[in-house]
Ligand binder design. Structure first.
Ligand code: NAD
Ligand code: ZN
Length: 341
């Protein structure tokens, strides 16, 4: 089969013919139709310090996808050939303290497809049946293929109290954009979206932001709409240190900061003034809760109140991997996807 492979320890991906994956008795084989391209793939493509420390080539890359089940192992009961599915890409042990207390999203033994084992930028992928998520008939393979980053946004937004809340979203990349649509559907009273990039602010407006601002304008707009107090909730979705400081500064006393963005290097925080004396709660987001986030996501899509499709701006075949990576790096794209088959 055709697959995008990280072949050696160095920059780039290679489109190759590789053997189809074999499935175990508890796994299913999925024909990939659409796959999302993500910042993590860019790190692996560029072979940065994180990628060098984590990824062991050769490996098929990619972790966001949807497709059709074409074979099931002998122990699989609730997934059948022909099912339209996506899957949770974090494979957990199911046995540890975290998994057995409803917190599998922080299982210390997590293995991620496209990072720790073969991924989905390929015609076929093998997945444990327990990770498979059925798609409603009216959910396209495109939308199915972005359930992973959409799920990150659902997890970030819906572990805060959004109905009636004033919300600041710092960073309008694909995940921030999804989060704006989710907050809108969940009944936020005001959504202020901040980014340095005009293309992304325009997408933020389309996803339902009430105000779209550059970072230096955020303080005045937040103060104006919150009687000078600050917002109830900040969704930090940039990972940029100045935006993280701004999140602490513009959340109200007793408010909540949901941290999804990952700073590239350690940063200094004045815990006394930025966190403690403000009495705020900080929540660190890892992936998607298994499987509460997934149920919420499916129900929001079913309701018709949340539509992620404006975020998808670029579509490429696997052959154009370099262009897809370039589109992400340019900052001019929303969500970039591969149309695999
Ligand atoms: P992205 O890089 O496309 O989005 C980040 C956005 O922040 C960009 O649009 C950028 O222009 C904007 N930005 C830059 N400086 C800013 C500033 N000062 N104020 C406001 N916005 C600013 O990334 P994405 O794919 O949407 O992911 C967002 C973040 O979440 C990244 O840091 C990514 O690494 C991280 N992430 C975390 C998890 C997790 O489980 N915690 C999962 C996936 C991604
Ligand atoms: Zn575990």
């Amino acid at each position: 089969m055709k697959a995008l492979v990280k072949e050696t320890a160095g920059p780039g991906f290679k489109l190759k013919d590789v053997p189809e994956p074999k499935i175990r008795d508890d796994e299913v084989l999925i024909r990939v139709r659409c796959a999302g391209v993500c910042g993590t793939d860019v790190h692996i493509y560029e072979w940065d310090e994180w990628a060098r420390g984590r990824v062991k080539p050769p490996i098929v890359v990619g972790h966001e996808f949807a497709g059709e089940v074409v074979a099931v192992g002998s122990l699989v009961r609730d997934v059948s050939e022909g099912d339209r599915v996506t899957a949770e890409g974090h494979i957990v042990d199911g046995r540890c303290l975290l998994c057995r207390t409803g917190n599998a999203h922080v299982c210390p033994h997590t293995r991620i497809i496209g990072v720790d084992r073969d991924g989905c930028f390929a015609e076929y992928i093998a997945m444990p049946a327990v990770n498979v998520w059925q798609l409603d008939d009216n959910v396209s393979f495109e939308v199915g293929g972005i359930h992973d980053p959409m799920g990150n946004a659902f997890h970030t937004a819906l572990t805060a109290v959004i109905p009636g809340a004033t919300v600041l979203v710092t960073g309008c990349g694909p995940i921030g954009l999804f989060a704006i649509g989710i907050c809108n559907a969940a009944g936020a009273s005001r959504i202020i979206a901040s980014d340095v990039n005009d293309t992304r602010l325009e997408l933020a407006r389309r996803m339902g932001a009430d105000d779209t601002v550059k970072p230096h304008e955020a303080e005045a707009v937040v103060k104006r709409h919150t009687a000078g107090l600050g917002v109830d909730v900040v969704l930090e979705m940039s990972g940029v240190p100045s935006a993280i400081h701004q999140a602490f500064a513009l959340v109200r006393v007793g408010g909540r900061v949901q941290m999804l963005g990952i700073p590239a290097t350690p940063m200094e925080v004045n815990f006394a003034t930025e966190v403690i004396f403000k009495g705020i709660t900080i929540y660190g987001v890892v992936g998607r809760r298994m499987y509460d986030t997934w149920h919420q996501m499916t129900r929001f899509l079913r309701s018709g109140e949340f539509d992620p499709t404006p975020v998808i701006t670029h579509r490429f075949p696997l052959e154009d991997a370099d262009e897809a990576i370039h589109a992400i790096k340019s900052g001019e794209a929303g969500k970039v996807i591969f149309e695999v088959s």
